[in-house]
Every structure is written in structure tokens, then in C-alpha cells.
Design a binder for this molecule. Structure first.
Ligand code: HEM
Length: 234
């Protein structure tokens, strides 16, 4: 019978693989979009390569992020049952892992929500693309720390130890905010959420579409569509 900690090792490898694919593909799309946008100043082979690659990378990034979020939820479940509850929550490393997993899941879910809601058209709007890439980058950074805390637990060492030492971060000490700071952040985010809901309703932003008919006209960033690799470029 496989133990829950064994299953946790499996699910964490799985979600880490999906989200690494997602993050790498999103960065490839960013680079390809910039190359295509600067096509008049760059060699043709580079633009053609970017046009051929970006559509596949964009789609793989989307699927990887979707499966990665599902995998993260699975890992949170297997992690919560990897050790007896009373022992689990005694460890400050585990409490930090739970916090980092929660934040990473929220950030990646935000990125998936934007991709589902606005589709590939999000890449025609620089502001929305920055938010999408920012959420994925922040989500991936926190995930990497959570994963390394797992390696600390299992092998008492991790790949990121030199970074923690360099920035003076003690990952064995609980990541906790001063209660008043935490309360201020919670109230501030709730207010920001309510104001953005009001503005979205006031300017009918809920029905907005991003794509060739809207953002692309102004910013001239086109959609990263899939182009057959054998397609003859002009
Ligand atoms: C709610 C969130 C989580 C909890 C409660 C949790 C809990 C645990 C526990 C108790 C262990 C030790 C298992 C053992 O003794 O073999 C562990 C190991 C580990 N965890 Fe997590 N974890 C969580 C999330 C994550 C995430 C998000 C990742 C990856 C990014 C991750 C990656 C790992 C790894 C790589 C190990 C070492 C596995 C091994 O080599 O045996 N965990 N985790």
C-alpha cells in the first residue's frame, strides 16, 4: 500500500512539472511577442521562428497552468495527510509550506481565470499580459520555495539554500505578519476589490473582449495564433 507521503512526493512532482511547463511557455510567448512586435528591426528568420513557436507555447502554457492548479490542490491534500495532524502543524516549515501553497494556488488560479475569461486575446493588451505574466511569475516563485521546503524536510538540504543565506531568509522561522499589518492588508484588499467591482459595473467592463477588434487596434500586439510548422511564411 503506497503511503500518503509517497503519494505526496508523486503529486508534488506532477504539479511542479505542469507549472514549470506553464511558466517556461509563458516566458517563451513573451519573448516571441516582443520579437514579432519589433519585426521591422529584427532578422526575418527570428520573426518567422517566433510566429511558428508562440502559438504552440501559448496553448501549452494554458493547459500546463490548468493541470498545475489541479495538481497543486491534490498536493495540498496529500501533504495534509502525509503526517499525523498533531505532528504536521507543529512544524514551522510545514506551516510555511501551507502558506506558500495557498498563495501560489491563488496566484496561478488568477492567471488561469484571466486566460479563460479573455482567451488568447489577452496578449493583444499589454496591461493584461503584464498582469497575466506577473501572476504566473509570482506563483512560480512561491511554488519553488514550497518545493524546496519539501526537500529540506526529506533531505535537510535544498537547491535554494544559497539564496536564503544570501538574502538572510530563515525558512525554518514561521512566515508571519504582524497582526495589525495583516489586518490592514486584508481590509485594503477587500476595499480594492469592492472599488474595482463598482468601476467594472459603472463602465460595463464585465462584457469587454480583448482581441483584434479592441486592444490590437491601439497597441498593435497581435494574437499568438497556432501557425502550422510547415506553413510558408511571406
Ligand atoms: C498544504 C500544502 C503542503 C503540505 C501540508 C505538505 C506537507 C509535506 C510533508 C508532511 C512532507 C514530508 C513527507 C515525508 O515525510 O516523506 C512533504 C514533503 C515534500 N513536499 Fe510537501 N506539502 C505541501 C505542499 C507542497 C508543495 C506545494 C510542494 C511542491 C512545490 C511540495 C513538495 C514536497 C516535496 C518535494 C517533498 C519531499 C518528498 C520526498 O522527497 O519524499 N509540498 N510535504
Amino acid at each position: 500500500m503506497v503511503s500518503m507521503s509517497g503519494l505526496h512526493a508523486l503529486t508534488s512532482e506532477m504539479h511542479a512539472g505542469f507549472l514549470t511547463l506553464a511558466f517556461a511557455c509563458i516566458i517563451v510567448v513573451v519573448a516571441a511577442q516582443i520579437v514579432v512586435r519589433l519585426r521591422n528591426w529584427l532578422p526575418k528568420w527570428m520573426t518567422n521562428l517566433a510566429i511558428r513557436v508562440r502559438g504552440y507555447a501559448e496553448a501549452a502554457g494554458y493547459v500546463g497552468a490548468l493541470l498545475g492548479v489541479i495538481g497543486l490542490l491534490l498536493s495540498a491534500y496529500t501533504g495534509m495527510y502525509a503526517w499525523p495532524q498533531d505532528v504536521l502543524l507543529e512544524s514551522s516549515i510545514i506551516r510555511n509550506k501551507i502558506l506558500l501553497t495557498a498563495f501560489s494556488t491563488i496566484l496561478w488560479s488568477g492567471a488561469v481565470f484571466i486566460r479563460v475569461r479573455f482567451g488568447r486575446g489577452l496578449w493583444t493588451c499589454p496591461a493584461m499580459a503584464v498582469v497575466y505574466v506577473g501572476l504566473a511569475s509570482a506563483g512560480y516563485s512561491l511554488l519553488a520555495i514550497a518545493g524546496c521546503l519539501g526537500s529540506r524536510l526529506a533531505r535537510d538540504e535544498s537547491l535554494l539554500d544559497w539564496i536564503y543565506a544570501f538574502i538572510g531568509l530563515d525558512v525554518e522561522k514561521e512566515f508571519a505578519l504582524d497582526p495589525s499589518v495583516a489586518a490592514a492588508i486584508a481590509i485594503g484588499s477587500a476595499l480594492a476589490f469592492l472599488v474595482s467591482l463598482f468601476v467594472a459595473k459603472r463602465y460595463d467592463l464585465f462584457s469587454i473582449k480583448l482581441g483584434p477588434q479592441t486592444c490590437q487596434k491601439f497597441f498593435r500586439w497581435d494574437e499568438p495564433r497556432i501557425v502550422e510548422l510547415t506553413h510558408k511564411m511571406d
